[in-house]
Design a protein around this ligand. Sequence first.
Ligand SMILES: [Zn+2]
Ligand SMILES: [Zn+2]
Length: 448
Amino acid sequence: MADVGPGVGKIKGDNAESTDDYVSFLLAQEEPRPPITWNNWWKEVYWGRGVTLMVVMPLCTFFAAYHTPLYTNTAIWMTVYYFMSGMGITAGHHRLWAHRSYNAARVLEYLLALLAAASVQGPIIWWARGHRAHHRYTDTDLDPYNARQGLLWTHIGWVIAKPRRRHGKVDVSDLKRNDIVMWQYRYYPWLVLAMAIAFPTLVAGIGWGDWKGGYVYAAFLRLVIVHHSSSCVNSLAHWLGEAPFDDKHSPRDHLFTALVSLGEGYHNFHHQFPMDYRNAFKWYQYDPTKWLIWLCSKIGLASHLKTFPENEIQKGMLSMELKHLFKKQEELAWPHGGLPVVSWATYKSQAELRPLLCIAGFIHDLEGFMDEHPGGKHILCQYIGKDATAAFFGGVYNHGNAAHNLLAMKRVGMLQCGTPHVTEEKYIPPSQLLRVAHVKELSNQAVY
Ligand SMILES: [Zn+2]
Ligand SMILES: [Zn+2]
């Protein structure tokens, strides 16, 4: 997404040399608000959207639910409407409007705008602006739900308390040109009343006469659940799970988060490939939002579904796998460098005093290993003070990885000039003779 605000050229012109990067530069432009204390907290919270909607409303709902019987029809309707209104956020606010990951037919766009209003998470344009800032400035003070401030902040704190910084600027001009987005913005309070409260109550009331159950469960309890389901994407999805694509920032992939957020839990993938209409790129991974969008494309309600090239996705995964392998490699002990370089004569004379063995130009000390050799001590004794390269590499036995690794740990010196003349050996079976290969034998290899 394109950002408004100072571009790179502007930063340079504004003497950005004193700042580390673009985010630091932006943060330096504005003083943060004073910290929240016992003396000022009541001025620093959002009483409407924060205290009333996120604290008082849920408490009243739990109290009402405790005193209201839950009928099967209403429970089913509450669950269905949870999915429907949740999709308004995941397929609408998030993947359609914030990320433009597909095109929706007007009827689908209206439907998603209505269902999103039933989730009461602010108008599309407000939500998308914050979310684009979240992606653009992830894990910084310009991110409205900065994961570095802890789980409580990302889950609910940022909705209740006023931020110490304004979130970073982003471009939402495309949304301002969208008549459905602006229609939803204009009539938002009315749409909320109609879709979040009236509609679910009416369905249960007219449908099976459970007006109170529809009001308490399908309208309000469902709303509380949807709020926390969406909040999990900001909190859990930046805390729980793996980072198979990039661990530079906090987003993580986890099935549990996906289960509670209609498929938004593959968040590490999502932050790497934000314009992909999928959050979980494998078709069978739990992502009902992805399945819905795909289904809509099959019946003509959605088109231009964006996917990142599989090759680039695999590259991201490979980078992380290599990183893990490198870390594992660093945890292991490896052969020492800086070995003394000795002549063939020195090697031979010292091998009379202790069991030294020369293989591939390295001299190995077999002290304590002679009796441990799986092929027996006798074979080793034949080669002490000699060059056992050919024997080790197949002349006697073609050793595998374990032997190579173990042998390398026993290096105590390097032979000057690499290896002695084979003529110095008196009894060499034909299979052990070293020879220069013919170029035709190496035709599959690069020849310089
Ligand atoms: Zn995120
Ligand atoms: Zn996103």
